[in-house]
Design a protein around this ligand. Structure first.
Ligand SMILES: [Cu+2]
Length: 483
């Protein structure tokens, strides 16, 4: 019985809409993955195998959106497609690797709130083989009470006519040293978090397309050429919508609204690159506020070719296009929206509160918090400057500690089953507000850090930033930072 149910689900998941148009050589195919059953205010992070085209050819366009069973689009008021990436595991005996060593599968299309579409210039395609296996990793966030079934619908154009093959590279501003693709932006007096990742181009060819994934607070993301006076090759800058955009009217505010678009670079001529050449990915975030788990990932598509004959600093192609799928909104000056505690009020609605009720439990030394029965105990605490907190994740289901607002990013990955995690020191006095992003309406943590004498504070803060992320301690293998 159980097996039969599983089989039925598997078949449902694999059923293609197979809608599409076919011309002499190119066809547009739509597949669906799901259903994903998402409860009210739940966050799902499905990582599943999805249907691949089962034919030899070249993908020239791709797009992914969220739909109900009846085919209609899901509004972000209900469920948000926060991010999604499609990976190609190749043929059964292939081991394609991503742009970061040790990560299996080749990411070839990604999007999120910015709704990036893959649009390769005419004559280029991402080569696929009929035995390729595809995977999908996504993050779906419910913004309402009701449980729903939603599907990820992905549409691609595939042609069997020979195209110039491109290879996709996922380049991250925080590099490959950490397993999580995200990083933290600390509040800095300069007001700017600047990251550079020096990428060694692994092949001769030409960059013919590039897209980008960024979060709220992003200012710019670009590729520059250090060997040519740091000239800019291209950017995938974020576009922020007008204040009337739904993304800013969405309540409750479960995370800071991301850009409504990022520029997509395209050039048929392409920017010549050489094997072994260094190219910098530069990303800037506004650092007036601490922000947990931002992303700066550029999707760079390189057409393989002979070593360019031109000098590395010769003129950039004249046919470059920076495509924006929206014409409203603005580039730069990212808006900020504070993430409050969202609680269920007596009126039966979710609304924000400024602080957790009741007095804080006072700690003068190391503080301990139990994460049990879907609660932080104590939920509200006061600790000395530079103090640390150890959370014990006693529940069998996973929880995490994510900064909503506060002067410094502190937090944990998703943990369960009795695992303990000790934070870095809280180096700035003030009010820190956290929640579990898997349980954003019910699991809140407030930490008041007392002022101290401030000795060595700035050195300590610089150190915290250099070390990069949110916490310390041994992470269980495969610990999920989500986001
Ligand atoms: Cu939780």
């Amino acid at each position: 019985m159980k097996l039969r149910l599983l089989l039925a689900l598997a078949i449902a998941a694999m059923t293609a809409l197979a809608a599409g148009t076919a011309s002499a050589s190119a066809q547009t195919i739509t597949f669906r993955a799901g259903p994903f059953h998402i409860n009210g205010f739940q966050t799902l992070l499905p990582k599943i195998r999805v249907r691949s085209p089962h034919m030899d050819g070249y993908i020239t366009k791709m797009n992914a959106t969220l739909h109900y069973g009846n085919g209609s689009r899901v509004s972000i008021r209900r469920v948000m497609l926060h991010h999604i990436v499609f990976l190609n595991d190749g043929r059964p005996n292939d081991e394609p690797v991503g742009s970061c060593k040790g990560r299996k599968g080749e990411p070839f299309y990604g999007t999120g709130e910015e709704r990036e579409q893959l649009l390769l210039p005419k004559g280029y395609g991402y080569p696929v083989h009929r035995h390729d296996r595809w995977r999908m990793q996504t993050m779906l966030m419910s913004h309402s009470f009701e449980a729903r079934n939603v599907y990820v619908q992905y549409t691609f154009t595939i042609t069997q006519r020979k195209q110039i093959p491109v290879r996709p590279f996922w380049i991250r501003a925080n590099g490959c040293k950490t397993t999580q693709p995200s990083y933290s932006v600390q509040q800095l007096s300069s007001g700017l978090d600047h990251r550079t990742f020096r990428w060694t181009v692994p092949m001769n060819g030409r960059i013919v397309a590039a897209g980008g994934h960024l979060h709220g607070g992003a200012i710019t993301m670009s590729l520059t050429q250090p060997g040519c006076g740091d000239r800019k090759l291209l950017d995938t800058d974020p576009l922020f919508g007008p204040q009337t955009d739904l993304v800013y009217r969405l309540r409750p505010v479960l995370h800071e609204p991301g850009p409504v678009g990022t520029r997509f670079f395209q050039s048929r001529t392409g920017i010549p690159v050489r094997k072994g050449e260094k190219i910098d990915l530069q990303a800037d975030y506004n650092a007036d506020y601490a922000r947990a788990r931002v992303m700066s990932i550029m999707h760079v598509y390189v057409a393989q070719g002979p070593a360019p004959k031109s000098s590395p600093c010769s003129a950039l192609p004249k046919d470059s296009k920076e495509i924006l799928l929206r014409s409203d909104g603005h580039v730069g000056d990212p808006p900020y929206e504070k993430i409050p505690f969202n609680v269920l009020g007596a009126n039966g609605k979710i609304g924000p509160i400024d602080h957790l009720p009741g007095p804080a439990t006072v700690f003068n030394g190391p503080a301990h918090v139990q994460v049990v029965d879907n609660q932080f105990k104590p939920a509200k605490l006061e600790i000395p400057l530079n103090g640390q907190i150890t959370w014990t994740f006693a529940d069998p289901v996973g929880h995490n500690v994510l900064l909503a607002s506060g002067p410094q990013v502190v937090g944990t990955p998703t943990l369960s089953g009795g695992v303990k995690y000790t934070s870095r020191g809280f180096l700035k006095p003030g009010d820190y507000q956290f929640f579990c992003y898997l349980h954003p309406i019910t699991m809140h943590q407030e930490v008041i850090v007392r002022d101290g004498d401030g000795t060595n504070r700035s050195a300590a803060i610089a150190n915290a930033r250099a070390e990069g992320d949110t916490g310390s301690g041994e992470l269980p293998k495969g610990a999920d930072f989500g986001w």
